[in-house]
Ligand binder design. Structure first.
Ligand code: SF4
Length: 472
């Protein structure tokens, strides 16, 4: 994933930019960057974030940079923002999204347009540079943004800053958000996360619509391209990677997770589970666990507690073995809450299942009598092909897919696969039972997609649910 943030201030934008980007740190761990238009042109700084947090890495840059326009990002992939000189002038660009047809676009731009690209280590081309080159094919930045978005297979939200202000473009179907907010003195910001500017004194004006492009300047917000009607907001914003304090499309993440937990409690109410406690796998499972506990009357407890003084972040390094090690090291068990207890845990989702199985095995070794698991979303069937969402990689890594292959004796046809996404079929029930056995849970129940959509509270036709049902 990743997050983007930009400021056009009446005075110096740098400290607002610095803190605003930092409040996107839960969205990525690979690179951070900020660029401010100063008296001498753009001043830009980029650092890797795998071993250190944004604030500590950018302290010096923030003290050095001064100007009234700035943009930046937390990126799980390429280094950004990039500074570009072109026929459209001098601009900085930062993006969030995914380009599935990157190779084809690069080939076309090299052959037909005579473009050239800097090569990153490993021979890769920086996708944000390709977006900038597509923008430069047109006669204005707004037209260029629209052209780039229509040529990209995937999704692309972006900020483009010049000396006057910031062009903000939300991806064509609004999978990722861009929110505009303002301070009393007229300063404006554009943000992926709605909580990122609250402590800086900004108040939300509005969220951009799908495909909408606006220009922020010291004079205000100027509409450049109106929104499209088709909307497919990523449901995982509420399920997993949105921060609990964030609100998208008017729906707060924490509240939607309470609703999801309450619906799962309702689905369990006749099962006589006689639970001692309900807990959430920190951090993204906690809110749904609170919702379950409040609705069921079973006490909410924390048999695992995250060691926050040194493991404060919810995202993990990109290398799977390091992720597993960190997941294990950062959670400390409370034996008094585990020994001889019947526990129910809520996790945000089950992707590969590796970490959760290790956690559950550890609970049994620590004396738990029963471990019931309720993931807060349906089984994930398809890896994300729209945004760089690092949780779901290849389809065959997904535990649901692996169990289906086991049950079917091979890779199923699309028609057979569809049977496993329908909660009323025997195939679906068999798959859930296979996952339960594989993961050593006492019981396992997923919410239906309908429950998930209801907990978010937005019509299903406005949500992307591809991960669960493969619908584009
Ligand atoms: S496929 Fe999944 S992760 Fe990707 S945009 Fe859709 S809901 Fe979000």
């Amino acid at each position: 994933m990743g997050g983007i943030f930009g400021v056009v201030s009446q005075g110096d934008c740098t400290m607002d930019l610095y803190f605003g980007i930092d409040y996107h740190s839960h969205l990525g761990t690979k690179n951070g960057g900020m660029a401010v238009f100063t008296e001498k042109g753009f001043d830009r700084s980029i650092h890797g974030l795998e071993n250190s947090q944004f604030r500590s890495k950018f302290e010096n840059a923030a003290a050095r940079m001064h100007g009234h326009v700035g943009i930046g990002c937390i990126s799980d992939s390429e280094p950004q923002p990039l500074i570009i000189r072109s026929k459209l002038g001098h601009f900085a660009i930062t993006t969030v999204g995914r380009i599935n047809n990157l190779k084809e676009l690069v080939k076309e731009l090299l052959e037909k347009q005579g473009a050239n690209f800097l090569e990153m280590s490993g021979g890769e081309i920086n996708p944000t540079e390709v977006v900038a080159t597509l923008i430069n094919q047109k006669n204005s930045i707004s037209e260029g943004i629209r052209y780039a978005q229509t040529r990209i297979d995937g999704s692309m939200s972006l900020l483009v800053a010049n000396e006057k202000g910031i062009y903000c473009g939300r991806d064509l179907v609004g999978r990722t958000p861009i929110i505009i907010a303002q301070k009393d003195d007229g300063s404006l910001c554009a943000s992926f996360e709605s909580h990122a500017y609250l402590n800086l004194g900004y108040r939300t004006i509005r969220e951009l619509g799908p495909g909408e492009v606006v220009f922020l300047s010291q004079k205000g917000v100027e509409s450049k391209i109106p929104p499209y009607h088709k909307k497919r907001v990523c449901s995982f914003l509420w399920t997993y990677y949105g921060y609990p304090t964030a609100t998208y499309e008017g729906v707060n993440v924490e509240e939607s997770r309470y609703r999801c937990g309450a619906m799962m409690a309702e689905a369990d109410k006749d099962k006589n589970l006689e639970l001692d406690s309900v807990g959430g796998i920190p951090d993204s499972g906690l809110a749904a666990a609170i919702g379950y506990a409040n609705a069921s009357g079973v006490p909410f407890k924390r048999p695992f507690i995250k060691y926050t003084p040194t493991w404060p972040r919810s995202f993990m390094p990109t290398q799977q073995s390091v992720r597993n090690l960190i997941a294990h090291m950062k959670l400390i068990p409370v034996h008094e809450l585990i020994q001889d207890k019947k526990l129910l845990f809520i996790d945000d989702s089950i992707v590969r299942g590796t970490q959760l199985r290790e956690t559950v095995d550890f609970l049994y070794r620590s004396g738990a009598k029963e471990v019931h698991v309720r993931p807060a979303c349906p089984p994930i069937m398809y890896g994300c092909k729209y945004i760089n969402f690092s949780r779901s990689t290849s389809d065959m890594d997904l535990i649901a897919r692996r169990m289906i292959v086991k049950l079917e004796g091979g890779v199923p046809s699309e028609e057979r696969l569809a049977l496993y996404t329908d909660t009323s079929t025997q195939e679906y029930k068999n798959m859930v039972e296979e996952i339960r056995k594989e993961m050593h849970f006492t019981s396992l129940q997923f919410p239906s997609l309908d429950m998930l959509v209801k907990s978010i509270g937005i019509p299903e036709c406005e949500l992307c649910t591809y991960c669960w049902n493969g619908k584009e």
